[in-house]
Write a protein that binds this ligand. Sequence first.
Ligand SMILES: [Zn+2]
Length: 54
Amino acid sequence: MPLHCPRCKKNIDKAKVDEIDAQLMSAYHNDALRRGLCPVCMTPLIDTEMKVKE
Ligand SMILES: [Zn+2]
């Protein structure tokens, strides 16, 4: 179950969040991902696990 950015319409695989976060931090000092925000547009990411199955 990925994290989803409603603005970029992009999914971020939860298994890769730590890896991507580490890369963002070392390259850009961007801590958006660990704060639950999209690293591109800073929109709060939606945890698709929280959604009730339709
Ligand atoms: Zn975004």
